[in-house]
Design a protein around this ligand. Structure first.
Ligand SMILES: Nc1ncnc2c1ncn2[C@@H]1O[C@H](COP(=O)(O)OP(=O)(O)OP(=O)(O)O)[C@@H](O)[C@H]1O
Ligand SMILES: [Mg+2]
Length: 405
């Protein structure tokens, strides 16, 4: 038998890892404490904060957690509605419409779970759907001529939902909105989606403890909330989702492997934990890449060493390159300057090192909007993507080598 025949091909061996966007991992590591707190929050009628935010840089596992919240919420009897917000929701009226639609969907679920009739119809009037179908019958509700403002639309939709809920045994409704950092208010364009959302929920929650909101997004979300409403601070418990602690990162690799028919040498697991700094997306990516390239059940540190440059190259293409290119020439200069300074920089030092570049502040703000950079503290900036700094340094070295040739 030849050596090749003796070794099963990599694609025939198990690959338990799941690098991706919002893809549930084979094992959700390091989140037990938070999930227990979440279950306690659901069990309390009047928790210290009615709502939560989940913020963190790219690839830390926010969307996956939001999905887990929805699963656990439903298991506890709550109705959970997940929505990924997008650029179109930066418009107050569109956001209010989307929330009213969500309320309509939830009222419909209440109705089918509890089997109530005319209360549903009354609730519809507040939610203002474009067309209502109850069983086979559809009708177009008559709206008042004057359209109310966005906050009022949101408030009345939530109040309608609350009165529908009051007639059931359902403890409450959880709105789980992802990518909520997109909702920043924009005074210049006179768009105030976040203020409207906060005002609508804030007012409804004065009389209802049944509707709750979890906003999830990049770290800019916290800043946007503070800017939008001073009382936002009191409305939310702020949870920061970061990298996994060492032991949890080991589990994120080790537990999916056990029982998969494959093993990673211990020194290899240690190396991946070190190299990825425990960032969930990278743990999945490194694990998945090695499983897909090594045609042996037992993967060794030597395999990683041999494959490292192609792994990093693939990671650059899969994750970093596009993000760098969309930053544009001026944005790329800022990113390169940050990488050269080791990542975190003060606004002042950035302005100094890019003295010939006009409008550095505006360029940085654009990078923040794109989710490439965030503001950890007032007056400082850092990369919003883990390992982005080392990618940029790798890229700069390659460019330098090509230039010299
Ligand atoms: N606790 C965890 N343990 C192991 N893997 C995880 C964990 N959380 C997330 N992952 C994995 O990390 C990857 C990224 O997760 P997710 O898409 O939820 O991140 P995110 O923070 O929402 O990213 P983005 O900001 O880009 O939307 C997925 O492949 C997921 O399976
Ligand atoms: Mg996400």
């Amino acid at each position: 038998m030849t050596k090749a025949e003796a070794q099963p091909r990599a694609e025939l061996l198990a690959n338990p890892f799941r690098p991706g966007n919002g893809v549930a991992p084979p094992y959700l590591a390091g989140r037990d404490k938070l999930l227990n707190e979440f279950e306690r929050y659901l069990a309390e009628t009047y928790p210290p904060h009615a709502n939560w935010t989940l913020t963190g840089i790219r690839g830390t596992g926010k969307t996956v957690l939001l999905g887990e919240f929805a699963t656990r919420g439903e298991r506890a009897g709550w109705l959970c509605l997940e929505r990924e917000l997008s650029d179109r929701h930066r418009d107050d009226a569109r956001l209010a419409d989307a929330i009213a639609d969500d309320c309509a969907t939830l009222i419909r679920r209440c109705s089918s779970l509890a089997g109530f009739g005319d209360a549903l119809e009354r609730a519809w009037q507040y939610v203002r759907p474009r067309r209502v179908s109850v069983g086979e019958v559809g009708y177009e509700p008559a709206y008042e001529a004057e359209s109310p403002d966005a906050a009022e639309t949101i408030r009345s939709a939530l109040v309608a939902l609350d009165s529908a809920l009051a007639q059931t045994d359902i403890p409450g409704v959880l709105f789980l909105y992802d990518e909520a950092h997109l909702l920043g208010d924009d005074r210049r364009q006179e768009r105030f989606p976040l203020s409207s959302l906060l005002a609508g929920f804030g007012q409804a929650q004065r009389t209802s403890s049944r509707v709750r909101l979890v906003l999830c997004g990049l770290p800019t979300l916290s800043l946007n909330l503070k800017r939008a409403r001073t009382y936002a601070e009191k409305m939310f418990r702020h949870v920061i989702i970061g990298h996994l602690e060492r032991d949890d990162a080991w589990d994120a690799l080790g537990i999916p492997l056990s029982g998969s028919g494959r093993t990673f040498e211990l020194s290899l697991v240690g190396e991946i934990v070190e190299r990825t700094a425990g960032y969930p997306y990278f743990l999945q990516f490194f694990g998945g890449f090695l499983c897909s390239r090594v045609g042996r059940a037992d993967v060794l540190l030597d395999d990683y060493v041999a494959l490292e440059s192609s792994l990093l190259h693939e990671l650059d293409l899969a994750f970093f390159e596009d993000r760098y290119l969309v930053a544009g020439g001026a944005g790329q200069r800022v990113l390169d300057a940050m990488a050269g300074a080791g990542g975190r920089v003060s606004t002042l030092s950035l302005r100094r090192s890019l003295a010939d570049l006009p409008n550095v502040d505006v360029i940085v703000r654009r990078l923040v909007d794109r989710g490439l950079v965030y503001r950890p503290t007032r007056g400082t900036y850092d990369f919003a993507l883990p390992l982005f700094g080392s990618y940029l340094r790798r890229r700069a070295e390659l460019t330098e080598l090509t230039r010299r040739r």
